[in-house]
Design a protein around this ligand. Sequence first.
Ligand code: AHR
Length: 660
Amino acid sequence: MKNMRFINRTFYALLFAVIINYSFAQNILKVEVNKPVAKVSPSMWGVFFEDINFGADGGLYAELVKNRSFEFFDPLMGWSEMQGHDKKGKILIVNVGSKSPQNTRIANITVDAEKGSYGISNEGFRGIGVKKGGQYNFSILAKKPAESGIKIHVELVNSKGVKLGETTIDGFTESWAKYKGSFTSSDTDAKARLNVIFEGKGSIDVDMISLFPNDTWKNRPNGLRTDLVQLLADLKPGFLRFPGGCIVEGRELDTRYQWKKTVGNIENRTPAINRWNTEFKHRATSDYYQSFGLGFYEYFLLSEDIGAEALPILNCGMACQYNTAEVAPMDALDPYVQDAIDLIEFANADTSNKWGKLRAEMGHPAPFNLKFLGVGNEQWDEQYIERYKVFAKALKEKFPQVQLISAAGPDPDGKRFDYAWRELKTLNADLIDEHYYRSPEWFFKNANRYDNYDRKGPKVFAGEYASHGKDTSDPESKNTWLSALSEAAFMTGLERNADVVKLASYAPLLAHVEAWQWRPDMIWFDNLRAVATPNYYVQKLYSTNKGTEVIPALADGKVLAGQDSTYASAVVDKTKGEVIIKFVNASSKPVDYTFKINGKKVTGNTSMQVLSSTDLYKYNTLDDQQLIYPKEIKLGKSKNELKVAIEPSSFNVITIPTRI
Ligand code: AHR
């Protein structure tokens, strides 16, 4: 009898152990729909833009002529005298100084012979990208003496010199005026050139020689490259950070980014050398300048177009601390603070205000409703905190509704970072900008970084991050699947902690394959094409599935942040009636997971978007764009408990419809 009891007990104990083990082995993620822990900020997933890697000029800004107003340090950079013409003329660069205080140089062209001609040719930004059947709009500012008989013949030629389109412009007067002409390109070429040929005898002054595709975003003149904006719009970004990045700071204060120089008539915007022109000796880009054709007005307009909150970052009286580290004296900060006040007014004031009026004159009478402003970029130490205090005092007094972003330096930890957080906490800062350019291992390890952050302190803006791994010679090769997968894992932690992390953006955004300084980047392009990286798709899967509230997603009562190389977070979208689970399997083995949805009845069909590759070092290229690309899997009608086979090395977004 005793033996029987012992056998029974042992049997039940073993059975219990098997059941327990079975449930462990089963991998269960319990998702509590009715227990929201935080609201997801509608602006949570955004975009960081900086004019680095030909991001603006030569990239997003659709101007095809480089050095259109002869303002580069070398005034004829990008231009060459045309061979084959009879060279019966010459070009003279004239600095008209105070006659045009902002954009001082013009070109004076003389043609000597009655039937002579003289031509200059522009090489564009690593060539001019043109498409067969596309219309191209040429414009030029010009004036000439009454007796001069010059007309201008404009030719677009392909890389072999074959003519693709042409137009002639005539009728110049003695006063400066803008002249326009259009043509259609008979072929596609990524490396075309623009020839501007002056015919007849006499002289002419010219400036702002420009060529734009007619096909710009929303067909705007002075517009943006459609394919690149479309990729941004497809992200449905919550915000658009601009103009950077280190470009805000300048190598020295004199070359800092100054927003007022980027608004008003484009011909009056003074170009400046781009700080990335010389930043990295091994990636020097001597022809990299900022025309500011994509300036602050165009930026606000773009943000509005793509439904993103504008999030400008302004200089706070400090140049880049990696370069000169110059600071403006504390008693000379006023102009910097005034710039910030004026920018908010440019965005938000009505037209009775000087800056609101300028915005209206530029085409947007309604305010842009700016809600965020960054004070400094990657600043650190006491010199930052004391300057931040001055900005915060002035701006909070005048614009209490605008949330200020403050800097935590370039690193995600360490002395400078801890000091900034300590000080900014005591100042009740709104949002602190954390940057992390780190290894994939760091990203995996830090998926729980924010789980224990102080809930009462300032909120976090994960303002610049990217996983930096291995690369090969292909420009796009640093954007491996491993880097994207590690970001996806890390982002489960951002999402799970949406009560602390309010904004996040990958950086940098854009890079020209022939003119980059920094990689990895989210989107690569050449003069005709653009490719979204695996990192782009990770961002897109988050931003287009952001939900409205974070809900608990627990395995064995714990958040899933690396156990067996798996990571998870979950949100509910209250408006759509959906539970959305982000699940990363970073192991090389498939795994079966059971998702238990508690608290709301599951209705309708479940689907899953999967981004995966067993080759962790795979990346997309301009020639092979979809090696890593999200696929949609229909899981059919499911119950509150669903078992899903998860692929190895995969990022999965599972959408489960529930009752609202
Ligand atoms: O994103 C590239 C650079 O990285 C940014 O300009 C700067 O803020 C950071 O150091």
